[in-house]
Design a protein around this ligand. Structure first.
Ligand SMILES: *Cc1c(COP(=O)(O)O)cnc(C)c1O
Length: 405
């Protein structure tokens, strides 16, 4: 790292980790589409494997296109380095596998991304790992859940799809006091809105699939570490597990990340307008968005985040049947899971992304049956409002049963 003063994040998304190609001057980072790299002689091969020469060996162990993206995301998060992963879940699992073992205990946010919770409950439990899921917005509950064997505090903020905001600095203090590592899934905020490592977290995981790539055309993940020793441990496990990133995938995300600041600014402005509009509409029973004064952690979100993001959730008046009619009546917003792309997406967590959780656990985590999640994109807000308006009207129209004559 150079001593040059840090540029602003909206510049760094374009330039961090990315330099004209040394061999050709190519301004766009080339796609090094190769599985392996030739050595000039046996000594060079030996030096590369011993680590004395940091050059490339084999793409699972490192690739220049992937390295450019890793350097970019590490820079944005303020980490010492990063590891590209095939998907967000490959990143999450590399972290779990590297840091948990038989007898280890995890404390995690209850409203976690569905698979991040389910894999602990159904798979890691088979290897003697136990987990306690708590409402991490309440630090007293986090503290109460910590045990002598707690190795990891795993937090998602804002949470999906409840948009609950957790005090990351407070959680980092609790983790440190108990000798546990703190991991934050920063997918919903992106490093432009929230940098957990600066608040005391040890690791950040990302689904690059969402805001960082932003174009709904790639799945990918990333792990960012604050400390080089922890990064080295994770690298060893991740490279052996094999869920590493492909160079073409990395290049697509490099292309996407350059417009992250522009996309996020637009999507967030749209989300703020839509949230306020929904909140004032009698056809909507409730709205949850960190940018609204009615959000329970609005003040914390304003302090901890540079902006409230572009995802919101709300209830349609009339419960689940009305919510179903609503999402099926949208014409511009697309009925699909995922978020963070340029196109607005809508989904129903209770029947889709979080259907795998038992109803009681779902409701305890605040995922009500009437909850609709809106991942706001970059369209013109007038078109989005018109679409929501017409779909809400259809949702209120209760179909009359056909009476037999
Ligand atoms: C999508 C998502 C993941 C998983 O990422 P994939 O790229 O789909 O594997 C993890 N965490 C959060 C918060 C997500 O939204």
């Amino acid at each position: 790292m150079s001593d040059a003063p840090k540029r602003h994040l909206s510049t760094r998304v374009i330039h961090a980790g990315q330099h004209p190609d040394a061999a050709t001057g190519a301004v766009s980072t080339p796609i090094y589409q190769t599985s392996t790299f030739a050595f000039t002689d046996a000594d060079q091969g030996a030096a590369r494997f011993s680590g004395a020469d940091p050059g490339c060996k084999y793409t699972r162990l490192g690739n220049p296109t992937v390295a450019a993206l890793e350097a970019c995301v590490a820079d944005l998060e303020g980490g010492c380095g990063a590891l590209g992963a095939a998907t967000g879940m490959a990143a999450v699992n590399a972290v779990y596998l590297a840091l948990l073992g038989s007898g280890a205990h995890v404390v995690a946010t209850d409203a976690l991304y569905g698979p991040s919770r389910l894999v602990l409950e159904t798979e890691y439990s088979r290897y003697g790992v136990s987990a306690t899921f708590v409402d991490t917005t309440d630090l007293a509950r986090v503290e109460a859940a910590m045990r002598p064997g707690t190795r990891m505090l795993y937090v998602e903020s804002p949470s999906n799809p409840t948009l609950a905001v957790t005090d990351l600095e407070g959680c980092a203090r609790i983790a440190r006091a108990h000798g546990a590592l703190m991991v934050v899934d920063n997918t919903f905020a992106s490093p432009l809105l929230q940098r957990p490592l600066e608040l005391g977290a040890d690791l950040v995981v990302h689904s690059l699939t969402k805001f960082i790539n932003g174009h709904t055309d790639v799945v990918a993940g990333m792990i960012v570490a604050r400390d080089p020793q922890l990064l080295a441990r994770l690298r060893k496990v991740h490279q052996t597990l094999g869920g590493t990133m492909d160079p073409h995938q990395a290049w697509l995300v490099l292309r996407g990340v350059k417009t992250l600041a522009l996309r996020l600014a637009r999507a967030q402005a749209n989300a703020q307008t839509i949230a306020a509009w929904l909140e004032a509409d009698p056809r909507v029973s409730w709205v949850r968005y960190p940018g609204l004064a009615s959000h329970p952690q609005h003040e914390l979100a304003s302090r901890q985040m540079a902006g409230p993001g572009a995802v919101l959730s709300f209830g349609v008046e009339g419960g689940f049947p009305a919510a179903k009619r609503f999402i099926e009546s949208l014409r511009l917003a697309t009925l699909a899971v995922s978020l963070g792309g340029v196109e607005t997406l809508v989904e129903h967590p209770a029947s889709m992304t979080h259907a795998g959780l038992p109803r009681a656990e779902r409701e305890a985590a605040g995922i009500r049956d009437d909850l609709v999640r809106l991942a706001v994109g970059c369209e013109d807000e007038r078109d989005l409002l018109a679409d929501l308006d017409q779909a809400l009207t259809v949702a209120q129209h209760v179909p009359q049963p056909v009476t037999a004559r």
